[in-house]
Design a protein around this ligand. Sequence first.
Ligand code: ADP
Ligand code: MG
Length: 239
Amino acid sequence: MTAISLKNISKSYGSLEVISDINLDIQEGEFVVFVGPSGCGKSTLLRMIAGLEGINSGDLVISGKRANDVPPAERGIAMVFQSYALYPHMNVYDNLAFSLKIARVDKAEIDRRVRVAAEMLQLGPYLKRRPRQLSGGQRQRVAIGRAIVREAGVFLFDEPLSNLDAALRVATRIEIARLKERLADTTMIYVTHDQVEAMTLADRIVVINHGHIEQVGRPVELYDRPKNLFVAGFIGSPA
Ligand code: ADP
Ligand code: MG
């Protein structure tokens, strides 16, 4: 079933068009990677799906329902940002629990979800620590954990590894790959400008350039048959 459908989506800031007539269907449980150079519109597109940014024209359809005007909290979407934005004065447990407390989820259920997320991300030993007592990779795992506890049907990741050094980037990428296996029914959209992340994580890659889609396909398809030099330069080798 189609989880998210983008139909002729466009977006301008003043006279600058940053997203131009994007059409894309994302299936339930799919891991889709938006890849493209800095400034091509990846974050804008993700933020429109999340409801953090308005849509100028076109339709966003989530689970079969037009969602252009649905408030962010009602979209069934959890987002993981590039900056972790953890609450510095709360320990890891409370960082994970916070959104559920706000949503008045009962205490036993909060505890269950926090422990499931901590187990998935190997954060069990760190639940009592404050963010400043964690490494960058651990902090990013807490940020991912905050999405997991929401038990949303859709996860959006905006360059979650870009603030990590090379070794942590690899370790956290492996963590995300495991998460993809564990949450196989969850639809995931992952934004990056890094082709290695795209090639290793994606079921399908969407190559974006200047606000439009250059090509969509499985990693091997894009690698073997890039449509043009831009895709070739980004994904494969210009044969
Ligand atoms: P990416 O995530 O691919 O690096 P963005 O979606 O952040 O790209 O930005 C796409 C384009 O939109 C860029 O040219 C950026 O400068 C512009 N842009 C993004 N947000 C705003 C905004 N709030 N106001 C004006 N221009 C913006
Ligand atoms: Mg961005």
